[in-house]
Ligand binder design. Sequence first.
Ligand code: FE2
Length: 392
Amino acid sequence: MPTYQYDQPFRFVHRADVAFGKGRAAEIPDELADLDVEHPMIVTDPTLPEVGVTDPIVDALEDAGIEYYLYDEVEPNPRVSTVEDGAEIFNDEGCDGAIGVGGGSSMDTAKAISGLAKCGGDYIDYEGQGNFPTDPYPIITVPTTIGTGSEVTPFTVITDPNREEKIGVGDPKLIPNVALLDPTLLQSLPSKVAASTGMDCLTQSVMGYISTNSNPITDALNYRSVEMVSESLPAAVSKKDLDALMNMQIATTIDGMGFMNSGLGLVHSMSHPVSAHYDTPHGVTNGLILPAVLRYNRIAREDKYAELAEAMGVDARSMSTREASKRFVEEVEDLSQAVDLPEGLSELGVEEDFLPDLAEAAATRADTSRNKSTNPRVSTEEDILEIYRDAY
Ligand SMILES: [Fe+2]
């Protein structure tokens, strides 16, 4: 008798080619040629060109005689105006493809610019699922952090400061054509960014694995990602060990392929209002909320928690399912401590008397409802407030 009865219908979507290897970034001219892109826009943040992370890409383009436009205006929690300005420049400069280099912010912005430059209008017009009428310009992603999965997913998260909300756009048309994974680009990744983005990867994989929308394929991907994060994140953060960083880079791409199909659950619903209001790092915010959500969800997914305990290296053979499920939550907390995450939301500057407003946003706003819909427990606003307090 198999452990699972996988009897629910599902569709598994995947499109991006994934090309991995040390030095892969230098092959970008070949990738552009395959996509018939002659004048790309590089979309990144101001820091990466300064510290030389974009050099292998820029050097390869210059050696190949490819003219490019460098748009290095992406900020953390990127704004709608950054996307709209970028799309205008993209068209004014006659660009015909986007290369997103950086973390989730830069890759999301590259995807958004490519779609908006092609289809016109305001970015907010495309809020929701599947609203782009035509394919965007070709998109290549080159991740330089270890945790968003944006390199292979159809999602962009862009902040509207007027609404203090993150605008979620998900469209299979925005799935990048190619994700170029070059671990040598991770060598100067600051430990804090490694910890933050790595905890995003863990959150997405865990929540994808316990999602009501998981399927056999996403389970395979998300389980392996949890295993790899557990093995490699501490060394990636503290020692900047290249093998560990490499494993994390692969884990996050595996995770992207998984969670884009399984959904993300309650943690992202709760972290987006916090980041939108306080401008806190996405991964840290998720990492702080994750243990509290796991405590809340445990009774609904003891079996899968027990499996995840094993993915995190626990020998659970002599434990009951309940014991192993509790041990899994402890393992997640231990990993947070090992990578020096803050103790709680209070340390991020979140005000205690603002928690009810955050709970209301997480319970009701459009940008949070899709994630929440795949959480294993159906949560009320009161439940969410309790979880924020637990994470405080
Ligand atoms: Fe995330």
